[in-house]
Design a protein. Structure first.
Length: 214
């Protein structure tokens, strides 16, 4: 799963940005009704683990909204499907560390994908005694980079890995924050809404908007 991998920004900006996804294996986890029932129960339990460790955002495929949309955690949990996933983003190392430690102890048998700066993620895995199974590295952008939005806009747009948060929307929100019609926190929620996975970090977005609107 790589759509959480290509977040742009400085190391300082990215040091507290950790998207996490709990992903089912379709050839094992949803092959029959009994497997689907067990898998749904596991995803609900994983959702509870995420929820208990202060995630900034939460969501799931096939649920019509995320925490950033104002959905309650109870509604998000009730909307989980066995063929979906649970998505979250954490804004500090301690919260991610504690969530991963509990997931390791409970051993649900569901793949957990963590993205972030490699030294940060590996350091947390070492703390909780986890050995990553597979590693994907983002090698930057290839091709005609002149077609890309400005780098400061991509720090926000790339938090939606499916490119649903557009650069033009970010520019509009920056302007509204600058004019005082939105607070940075309100603007961050506007930018988080196009992302349906629950891994857009509205706390980081608010910090970036504060700087960009100056």
């Amino acid at each position: 799963m790589t759509h959480s991998l290509h977040r742009a920004g400085t190391c300082e900006s990215l040091k507290n940005d950790f998207p996490v996804l709990a992903m089912v294996a379709r050839q094992f986890d949803i092959v029959n009704p009994d497997a689907k029932k067990r898998t749904l129960e596991k995803l609900q339990a994983i959702f509870d683990v995420f929820d208990q460790h202060a995630p900034t955002n939460l969501g799931s495929l096939y649920v019509p909204g995320t925490r950033a949309h104002g959905m309650t955690d109870a509604a998000l949990r009730a909307g989980l499907k066995p063929n979906g996933f649970v998505g979250a983003v954490f804004s500090d190392r301690a919260s991610l560390r504690d969530a991963l430690r509990e997931l390791k102890e409970r051993d649900f048998g569901i793949s957990i994908i963590v993205s972030g700066l490699i030294d940060q993620v590996f350091g947390i895995c070492d703390q909780v005694g986890l050995q990553p199974h597979t590693i994907d590295l983002a090698l930057g952008v290839w091709g005609n980079q002149k077609l890309l939005p400005k780098a400061e806009l991509m720090e926000i747009t790339t938090m939606c890995g499916h490119a649903l948060t557009s650069a033009s929307l970010v520019e509009d929100v920056i302007d509204r924050v600058r004019r005082g019609s939105l607070t940075p926190e309100q603007g961050a929620l506007e930018l988080a809404k196009p992302c349906v996975c629950g891994i857009f970090n509205q706390r980081r977005a608010a910090e970036l908007l504060t700087d960009l609107a100056k």
